[in-house]
Write a protein that binds this ligand. Structure first.
Ligand code: AMP
Ligand code: MG
Length: 317
């Protein structure tokens, strides 16, 4: 199959209406989309990504008025968050109606819903007249793509169309939030920060001690081919390291927001250098820093540590 990069929204809408799948642009990362109401089409996403079917998908809508067709209940705090951050990079896990096929939610009785903020994506949903499932357009466990070209590197020959909508300006996935009665629980850190959520509905609950499950919270993800090691020591001491490494650090004076938006692209670039290891450092664990650290930890295979004046690798447990 030849993979075409196109800007023709109607062409891709037609393909999706026929039960096909296509890569699509969003403001977070590029997604691999199918009609969320068509189980056979959704199955093609899992097969193409080689994503385990226990890992549920996010359903994208372009209009909050449609919500009632797919979910049975919206807690007050979810409603407030929706007013403030939708459209945007916040995904809501809510009780589902039977209109959403089981394959979309991996059999759970909840569905994850997001309203993207991207002109091309919203116009595509508009033309399709059905919601789109769209997990990141990469093989399962690999680095998420933020341009049409990066999608082609991963899924060339496997899909017919990549709808080009420019670079994803956020460059990192959405924040996934569930609700324990009326209290938000962050299941995945992402582009909307915990602080932004708390400014609307007060303290969020931690996922520890909770029964809410998110089957997609797998420890290893976003992984480059080159093993990535996290380094917590003094950066200047790395000069002593004689190994063949390439580094991935916050640049001097760079904001965490800017670092998060280029993280996946820099990870890909680092990977292409074919060094023996990529060495990366975590950032301050607040704001968007939590999402950055989550991705770096999942992408890593261990730690680089300096012990007794010698560099060693400590494997991730
Ligand atoms: P992805 O599509 O790969 O960006 O990931 C979607 C994330 O949302 C995964 O971490 C899933 O586990 C999570 N998710 C999707 N649907 C649900 C759900 N119904 N309940 C809990 N987590 C969900
Ligand atoms: Mg993904």
């Amino acid at each position: 199959m030849v993979t075409r990069i196109t800007k023709n929204i109607s062409l891709v809408a037609e393909h999706l209406k026929q039960g096909g799948i296509a890569a699509v642009p969003t403001e977070t990362v590029y997604g691999l989309a199918a009609n969320a109401l068509n189980p056979e089409a959704v199955l093609k996403i899992y097969q193409t990504k080689r994503r385990p079917t226990f890992n549920p998908l996010i359903v994208h809508l372009n209009n909050t008025d449609d919500l009632g067709k797919y979910v049975s209940y919206v807690p007050k705090s979810a409603f407030k968050l929706m007013q403030k951050y939708s459209p945007g990079a916040l995904t809501f896990v809510l009780k589902k109606k039977r209109t959403i096929p089981d394959i979309v939610t991996a059999g759970l009785d909840t569905v994850a819903i997001r309203f993207p903020k991207h002109r091309v994506m919203n116009s595509l949903i508009e033309q399709c007249r059905f919601p789109l499932c769209a997990p990141s357009a990469n093989r399962f466990g690999k680095i998420s793509p933020t341009t049409a070209h990066e999608v082609k590197q991963d899924l060339d020959v496997l899909i017919e169309f990549i709808l080009d909508g420019g670079r994803s300006n956020l460059g990192i996935e959405s924040t996934v939030v569930a609700f324990d009665r009326n209290v938000p629980v962050i299941l995945r850190y992402g582009a909307v920060t915990q602080e932004q959520i708390e400014s609307v509905c007060g303290k969020v609950k931690s996922t520890r001690n909770l029964t809410i499950i998110s089957p997609g919270m797998i420890k290893d993800h976003y992984a480059p081919q080159t093993p990535l090691l996290l380094y917590e020591g003094n950066l200047s001491s790395l000069k002593e390291l004689k190994w063949d490494i390439t580094t991935l650090f916050l640049k001097r004076g760079q904001s965490l927001r800017d670092f998060s938006s280029e993280l996946f692209t820099r990870l890909r670039k680092a990977d292409r250098k074919n060094a023996e290891y990529i060495v990366a450092a975590l950032v301050d664990n607040n704001g968007i820093g939590r999402a950055i650290n989550d991705r770096l930890k999942k992408a890593s295979s261990g730690f680089l540590v300096l012990e007794g004046g010698e560099f060693k690798i400590r494997k991730k447990s």
